[in-house]
Design a protein around this ligand. Sequence first.
Ligand SMILES: [Zn+2]
Length: 104
Amino acid sequence: MITRLWHGWTTTQNAQAYEDLLRSSMPLSLILESAVSCPYCGHVSVEVMPTDACVYFYECARCRALLRPKPGDCCVFCSYGSVKCPPEQEARACCASAVGGRHA
Ligand SMILES: [Zn+2]
């Protein structure tokens, strides 16, 4: 992967250092799976959350209801998931208003 790109004009050692740098800039302790509970039919589905975007619309796999975040929540995971979305876990603002998003 990265080592391959660097092949030819740097040492493997430097490539490793660069990869470490990349890794250290990425959050490692985030939980990326959240069990989303449908408020309409109660169906629970474990979904993998994107780290760089908010999921605003989520279709229930069972009843096909389109879930949207509750007022004040930034995404469906904050409203219906067992785990808050990655931006919330990092306590950084993701989209519009991420402050105070909690389960009602
Ligand atoms: Zn449902």
